[in-house]
Ligand binder design. Structure first.
Ligand code: FAD
Length: 542
């Protein structure tokens, strides 16, 4: 038995735990993540990766390798649509081409890559950035003592137990989170509405695809409701089954007592062909549910990912929302651990992420009802919001954001946010040192101040404020037309409403503050930084 001291202990090292370890490593915090399983995901599960997640992976330096691997596994830019059977009638298209009409809002594209291929890439990068991932290791117990969390972990093979002393703990231990339970955090929502299965199969379906590029194929057959995902070279994939039998009064526990023979029948039924040889490789059971935690934090312990919000896969939001949780939390933990921000900054994780988690879970539920389970009825269901709003147009509200009155809608078209406080700072192509880069390439590690071409008064105020307070350590200021930073296409000025004003962007690429007056004021900049850091910055007299 050994004693281990770490700044952050992460429980669960699947998609979200590993992303947390990776993001903490990026911010210079070497975390320890423990994972019950012996390795990274063996089941594909999540595959639809949003532009926002890709933007985060871009900051972490793995966007290109993820794209490359995704192309090996799926044909990109496919459709999300519904059929009666794959061989039979098409019922409609929800999205005709995954990236059509969204390429202007981000330097990144939506991709399809399954968790089983993505997680090893995250793991390698997390290791490079100093994270330690221990597999076949369980969190056994934990308690909080003053300024740390004490946790007991046990290796499943050797039975060796170690005691970990961590300043903070992040539980990314999934929908059945024991940590959440142990913290007494309740969940609410719409409950479990199907005991579903995912049937992994091999079958050459090229002929049935008829040259169509289909990413997600909903099957709405009178006897079965679910969806297909097919991998290259179109001879394997999975069928998720949520309900069978009479569509008006279906059986929704499809998992109990499922035999291989029955699984085979369902795959054949959904394919709409008895002629193609089918082999069943595996069956995984899961709950289709829409539930969210009533809190994301208790003292030094945070919950993230499915532990905080369990949603049906319809829309492909679950894993992506968890990555966003990790992204929101990691820089805050890093700055608080270094003493650069006040501890209250950590409370803003719950304030900012919980409304988004609940909203996104509701949106996944609305897609479940409209795409798969109309028998659940639309009473009290949220209207389906555009995918782009959910992926890139969500807005935060917390005491660390300098809202000037009404913070605005919880979600909107990201093209309309115009760098308002609490929204994701928009993507615009600019030049830096003669190179064309996205504004998003300027963010990720530090606070950044962007100034318009006539913002000298405010950028001078920003320099004066940063010098006088010497905090945070490294605020970076870019002004259009100054140094080798420029906005040749006017894209930055237009998308940020930037002329003689400045915008303060946080390390997670969200806007914390915008100047409003004409004349720059160092004390206004100091005030904004103090609020964004939840720390009173003192101005030195010299
Ligand atoms: C069929 C299907 C398709 C999906 N498609 C998509 C999609 O396209 N896009 C998308 O974004 N999402 C999708 N999802 C959802 C996505 O898979 C989940 O949201 C995501 O996996 C959640 O990740 P997580 O890390 O929060 O939780 P999990 O993946 O559940 O991981 C939790 C981990 O914690 C570990 N753990 C638990 N307790 C302990 C303990 N005490 N000690 C150590 N380890 C512990 C577990 O072993 C587990 O590995 C899909 C889901 C399904 C079922």
């Amino acid at each position: 038995m050994a004693d281990i001291e770490v700044p952050v202990l992460i429980v669960g090292s699947s998609l979200v735990g590993m992303s947390t370890a990776l993001l903490l490593g990026h911010h210079g915090v070497p975390a320890l993540a423990v994972e019950h399983h012996r390795g990274t995901a063996i089941h594909p599960r999540a595959a639809q990766i949003t532009q926002r997640s890709m933007e985060i992976l871009r900051v972490l330096g793995i966007e290109q390798i993820v794209r490359q691997k995704s192309d090996e596994q799926f044909v990109q830019d496919g459709a999300i649509m519904a059929v009666e059977t794959l061989a039979g009638k098409e019922l409609g298209y929800f999205i005709a081409n995954l990236n059509e009409g969204v390429r202007d809002v981000s330097p990144c594209e939506r991709v399809f890559i399954s968790q089983s291929l993505l997680e090893p890439l995250l793991k390698t990068r997390a290791g490079e950035l100093g994270a330690e991932l221990r597999f076949a290791t369980d969190l056994v117990s934990f308690d909080e003592n003053g300024d740390h969390v004490r946790a007991v972990i046990r290796h499943r093979d050797t039975d060796q137990t170690d005691t970990v002393y961590a300043r903070y703990m992040v539980a990314a231990d999934g929908a059945h989170s024991r940590v959440r339970e142990r913290l007494g955090i309740r969940t609410s929502g719409r409950g479990v509405f199907s005991r579903s299965v995912t049937i992994y199969f091999r079958a050459d379906v090229r002929e049935l695809l008829r040259g169509r590029n289909l990413s997600v194929i909903y099957v709405n057959h009178p006897e079965l409701r679910g969806f297909f995902r097919i991998e290259k070279p179109f001879d394997s994939g999975f069928l998720a089954v949520n309900a069978i039998g009479d569509p008006a009064n279906p059986i929704t526990d499809v998992a109990t007592g499922l035999t291989e023979e029955r699984a085979m029948q369902w795959v054949r039924l959904a394919l709409g062909s008895d002629e193609i040889p089918v082999t069943i490789e595996n069956v995984m059971t899961w709950n289709a549910e829409a539930n969210w935690a009533e809190r994301y934090q208790r003292r030094r312990v945070f919950i993230a990912g499915d532990a905080a919000h369990a949603m049906p896969p319809n829309g492909g939001f679950g894993g992506n929302t968890g990555i966003q949780d990790a992204h929101n939390l990691a820089w805050k933990l890093a700055m608080v651990l270094r003493g650069e921000a006040g501890a209250d900054l950590l409370d803003t994780y719950d304030a900012e992420r919980r409304p988004i988690g609940t909203f996104t879970t509701e949106q996944a539920y609305s897609r479940y009802v409209t795409r798969t389970a109309p028998y659940l009825g639309t009473d009290g269901m949220q209207p389906v919001a555009p995918d782009l709003n959910i992926e890139l147009g969500y807005r935060y509200d917390s005491p660390a954001l300098c809202h000037d009155g009404d913070p605005g809608p919880l979600h909107e078209n990201p093209r309309e946010s115009r760098a308002r406080v609490g929204t994701r700072a928009p993507h615009a192509w600019v030049t830096r040192d003669g190179e064309r880069v996205s504004t998003l390439d300027l963010f990720g590690s530090r606070f950044v101040i962007l100034g318009g071409a006539n913002a000298d008064s405010w950028t001078n105020a920003a320099f004066a404020a940063c010098k006088a307070t010497q905090a945070p350590r490294d605020v970076v200021v870019h002004q259009v037309g100054v140094g080798r930073f420029d906005d040749p296409e006017g894209a930055l000025a237009a998308s940020y409403d930037l002329t003689s004003n400045i915008v303060l962007v946080r390390p997670d690429g969200f806007v914390a503050w915008r100047s409003r007056t004409a004349a720059g004021s160092p004390s206004a900049v100091t005030g904004a930084l103090s609020q964004a850091l939840c720390k009173s910055l003192t101005v030195s007299e010299s």
